[in-house]
Design a protein. Structure first.
Length: 244
C-alpha cells in the first residue's frame, strides 16, 4: 500500500486549492492513489462551513494592509489562519480504501480525523512536545499544566465528497503567533495557540522542512503505507500509477 507525497514549498492559497482540486479529481477517477500534499501559504484567513464572520477581529483595512485574503471554503470548522512557518497538509484519501479501523464499506470522516490527529501527535513527539486530543475540540493540543490550559498546536478541518477527502490540517512550526490575534481561532475563546518552536526543548528548534518530513513519515506509520515522494503534480499524474 502506497501514499503519494508532494512537498510543494510556499504557494499562494488559491494555487494550493487548485492543485488540491486536481488531485481530488484524479483520485475520484481512480487515476491516482491516496496522496498527501504538504505546503506553506502566505498569510490568509479561511472560513469553514460553520464559520462566523464575527470571529475575524481585524478590519478589512488591516487585512488589506498586510495583503491578507479571506477565502470561504467547504471544509468543516470555523475560521483559521495560514501563514509563513505553518505546515499545511491536504491528505486526499478515498475512504472506501484499505484504511486502519475501517469496519464498514468506508471509514467515517470522524475516524479519519482521529488518524490525522494521531499522525500529528507523533510528529510533535518527534520534537519532544507531548500533545493530546481533547474531547469535542478537534485538533492537537499541548498538555495542561498548573493554571495553564491546553494550547492548540494544530488545527484540522476536512471535507468529504464521493468518499474522497480534501482540506486537512495546519501545524504551527515557526509561525508568528501574533497573526492569530486577527481571529478567534476556530471560534474557541478560552484557549490560545502555540507552535513547535515555542514548545520544543530541542536546540535549535525544528524547521518547517524537518516538520514536513516528520509528518510524512508519521502519516505512513499511522495509515500503514509506504511513502512515495514525487517532484511535481504533473510528474505524478503523468505516471498514471495504479490505485494502491
Amino acid at each position: 500500500m502506497h501514499l503519494h507525497l508532494l512537498q510543494l514549498g510556499r504557494l499562494p492559497y488559491a494555487e494550493g486549492l487548485r492543485l488540491q482540486a486536481e488531485v481530488v479529481t484524479a483520485r475520484k477517477a481512480g487515476a491516482l492513489g491516496d496522496t498527501l500534499l504538504l505546503m506553506e501559504h502566505p498569510p490568509v484567513l479561511t472560513l469553514g462551513r460553520n464559520a462566523s464572520r464575527s470571529n475575524i477581529l481585524a478590519t478589512n483595512e488591516q487585512l488589506a494592509a498586510r495583503g491578507t485574503d479571506i477565502h470561504e471554503v467547504n471544509r468543516g470548522g470555523d475560521v483559521t489562519y495560514h501563514g509563513p512557518g505553518q505546515l499545511v497538509g491536504y491528505p486526499i484519501f478515498d475512504l472506501r480504501g484499505d484504511l486502519p479501523g475501517k469496519r464498514g464499506p468506508h471509514l467515517g470522516p470522524v475516524d479519519f480525523v482521529r488518524l490525522i490527529e494521531e499522525a500529528l501527535i507523533l510528529t510533535c513527539k518527534d520534537f519532544g512536545v507531548p500533545t493530546q486530543r481533547i474531547c469535542k475540540l478537534t485538533g492537537v493540543w499541548t498538555l495542561a499544566g498548573g493554571s495553564v490550559l491546553e494550547k492548540k498546536i494544530a488545527a484540522i478541518g476536512v471535507h468529504v465528497s464521493q468518499a474522497v477527502t480534501s482540506h486537512g490540517f495546519a501545524l504551527n512550526v515557526t509561525t508568528d503567533l501574533r497573526d492569530f490575534d486577527w481571529i478567534v481561532p476556530c471560534g474557541i475563546t478560552d484557549r490560545t495557540v502555540t507552535s513547535l518552536e515555542l514548545e520544543s526543548p530541542h536546540t535549535p528548534p525544528p524547521t518547517l522542512a524537518q516538520a514536513s518530513n516528520s509528518v510524512a513519515a508519521n502519516f505512513g506509520r499511522v495509515f500503514q503505507r509506504q511513502i512515495l515522494a514525487a517532484e511535481s503534480l504533473e510528474g505524478l499524474l503523468a505516471t498514471n500509477p495504479s490505485v494502491a
